[in-house]
Design a protein around this ligand. Structure first.
Ligand code: ADP
Ligand code: MG
Length: 246
């Protein structure tokens, strides 16, 4: 079983401290959810976990199965088994999804046998138009197609732990259901390493949580987790809004 452990994480952008001590644990097969209002630090948390340039860690630790992730560059974090689904996926002109998957699987020492068939199967499973597999990555795709594309990568790469930042932003309800269902299924299916996916799901709205069943929900306000609880916390949030937690 894999465990992503975030302990006392404090981080800044420029001179401004955004994260003020975050403690979270995500294990294989779990869906841990971080919800919060705009500007709470949700995207900052995902950026710091992935090692995006421009973010400074001030204190705390992040480990994956005991390995210090903060000491590693982004590509080595990915090799260690951590994968980020970004809020705004990058467009990569001239490079197709198939190319990216071959590179990424090879870098991880995973087999590319049967990749074309797998890509086709996974595309069908989430309603991603197969002709888009050969287009430049994310170029001229709709918001929904981009997120389906990102979900497809997740299903092919099978990381140990995935961080999903606002998977629901820019998605219509059908795409949302398809992507959320696929992620939920990944948390219940053993991958090539024999483990179920562990997911850290970052979201503003609880509509994502209808198809993606959370084990635990954490409310992030102003860079601090101010409440943690079971799925009922999302219902309370729906009723009372974030104001009740700040
Ligand atoms: P969320 O994803 O919860 O909406 P963010 O993590 O994007 O919040 O932002 C948290 C705070 O950090 C906001 O006040 C935002 O303005 C600030 N911030 C985020 N990224 C940057 C950046 N690159 N430069 C300056 N300020 C930033
Ligand atoms: Mg954000």
């Amino acid at each position: 079983m894999s465990v992503l452990a975030i302990r006392g994480l404090e981080a800044a952008v420029g001179d401004t401290q955004i994260l003020h001590g975050i403690d979270l644990t995500v294990s294989s097969g779990e869906v841990q959810v971080v919800m919060g209002p705009n500007g709470a630090g949700k995207s900052t948390l995902s950026a710091v976990l992935m090692g995006k340039p421009g973010y400074r860690v001030l204190a705390g630790t992040v480990t994956l199965d005991g390995q210090d992730l903060l000491a590693l560059p982004a590509w080595q974090r990915a090799q260690a088994g951590l994968h980020l689904v970004a809020q705004y996926p990058s467009e990569v002109p001239g490079v197709s999804l198939g190319h990216v998957m071959v590179e990424a699987l090879t870098a991880r020492g995973q087999s590319v046998d049967g990749l074309d068939e797998l890509l086709g199967d996974e595309a069908a499973r989430i309603g991603f138009r197969p002709e888009l597999l050969h287009r430049s990555l994310n170029v001229d795709l709709s918001g929904g197609e981009k997120k389906r594309n990102e979900t497809l990568q997740l299903a092919v790469l099978r990381p140990r732990i995935a961080v999903l930042d606002e998977l629901d932003s820019g998605l219509d309800i059908d795409a949302l259901r398809a992507c959320a269902r696929r992620v939920e299924d990944l948390t219940n299916e053993p991958g090539p390493h024999g483990e179920h996916l562990g997911a850290l799901v970052i979201t503003h709205y609880n509509r994502l949580l209808e198809a993606l069943r959370p084990d635990r929900i954490h409310i992030l306000v102003k860079g601090r987790i101010v409440a943690s609880g079971g799925p009922e916390l999302a219902d309370q949030l729906e009723r009372d809004g974030y104001a009740a937690f700040s």
